[in-house]
Design a protein around this ligand. Structure first.
Ligand SMILES: *Cc1c(COP(=O)(O)O)cnc(C)c1O
Length: 375
């Protein structure tokens, strides 16, 4: 039995590994003087961290960033013998330190406690393992402040701390009008100068496109790899990676004056043909994208089916949603027809914008019951 028939009419997300690799190469070409890494945290932005890392390794990526040591260990285990660096961005404790040593992960030290644990307590037991350092430069999320980084610099100079990277993170690289990224850049230069022989990293996806001054030695794109935030890319080279798909369960002709969906929020002004699709907010499509109570005049989100786009109608349910297919040829839509909620034909950023959120959140919210199909 094929996987497709086994899935039946349940939703799936198709993930285009060719597009993922192509996006990595495009981002690498934008920063030709730097190494290009990849953020594969949160299970590869919800799509599958291990498979994403394997595909990106094949494309040439050798530097991976995960949030937690366990994520890094899983990637290391899935790629035996592959020579790459895996940086762990947060959450160092004795267990995470043990995982870092066992799986050759590089912890990014962000607090004085991290530094003590890695360089002093762990280092006393063993040779000091290589680490990265996160510096606070203006976001105030996670990172060593100025005073704390001086102490780390002393440990580095004395050889107690073996550093592979100093990094910081930008709060608003995707906002052209913001001057905060440039302020952070200045701050980063100053603070990173305390670590004269250590590689530097500052850029996420948006900063890669913002200005080469952000590139330094290693970039850390995430969302651009997965086909979000494409509007940041002036070359238009970034491609959609995930295609979120549900199937039509029923097609019905509904009379003028009838209501559609929870709350009866839609009252038909004309007779309509309504396709009910087996994909709802539990699958990760945001209910707020088509919340009729919205008063901001945002256009109704559209989905793509039978070669055309058509609007969602009525409130999204947990497991279902309705599409107005009145404008499509009568026989074009039937039970089983595939419906793309976002993907190559429906930009994920557009859906996110309508829902008042960002593509990152949509990707990481894809339901656990949605099959990830890598092609
Ligand atoms: C998530 C993350 C990135 C990737 O950011 P994108 O905006 O997805 O490109 C880079 N660096 C750090 C520290 C991150 O947390």
């Amino acid at each position: 039995m094929s996987q497709a028939s086994f899935r039946g009419r349940r939703p799936f997300v198709e993930i285009d590994s060719w597009a993922l690799k192509s996006n990595w190469r495009s981002l690498a070409m934008q920063a030709p003087d730097a190494r290009t890494g990849a953020a594969v945290k949160a299970d590869g932005y919800g799509l599958g961290g291990v498979i994403a890392a394997k595909a990106l390794f094949a494309a040439g990526c050798r530097d991976f960033f995960v949030a937690w040591a366990e994520e890094g260990a899983a990637i290391r285990e899935a790629m035996p013998g592959k020579n790459c660096r895996i940086f762990v961005l947060q959450g160092l404790d004795t267990e995470a330190a043990r995982l870092c040593r066992e799986y050759f992960l590089i912890p990014i030290l962000s607090t004085p406690e991290d530094v003590d644990l890695w360089a002093v307590a762990e280092g006393a037991r063993d040779l000091p393992g290589v680490a990265g350092l996160q510096l606070e430069t203006g976001m105030h999320r996670l990172g060593l402040n100025d005073v704390q980084s001086r102490r780390a610099a002393e440990l580095s100079a004395s050889g107690t701390l073996d550093l592979a990277l100093v990094m910081s993170h930008l709060a608003s690289a995707d906002e052209p009008a913001s001057s905060l990224p440039e302020e952070q850049l200045g701050e980063f230069r100053k603070r990173a100068n305390r670590f004269p022989y250590v590689a530097r990293s500052l850029a996420n996806t948006a900063a890669i496109f913002r200005d080469p001054a952000f590139h330094f030695d290693l970039t850390r794109p995430g969302i651009g790899l997965y086909g979000g935030a494409t509007e940041l890319d002036p070359s238009g080279a970034l491609r959609a990676v995930p295609r979120l798909v549900g199937h039509v369960l029923q097609v019905a002709d509904v009379k003028r004056g009838e209501h559609v969906g929870y709350g009866g929020t839609v009252k038909l002004k004309r007779a309509a043909r309504i396709a009910t699709v087996g994909l709802g907010y539990a699958d990760g499509y945001p209910r707020s994208a088509n919340e009729p109570a919205r008063t901001d005049g945002a256009p109704v989100p559209r989905v793509f089916l039978a070669g055309s786009s058509a609007p969602l109608i009525g409130r999204l349910s947990m497991d279902m949603s309705m599409v107005d297919v009145t404008q499509l040829p009568v026989d074009a839509v039937r039970p089983g027809t595939e419906v793309e909620f976002y993907g190559p034909n429906v930009p994920i950023d557009e859906v996110a914008q309508r829902a008042g959120t960002i593509a990152y959140e949509l990707l990481t919210a894809i339901g656990t019951r949605v099959a990830r199909i890598w092609i």
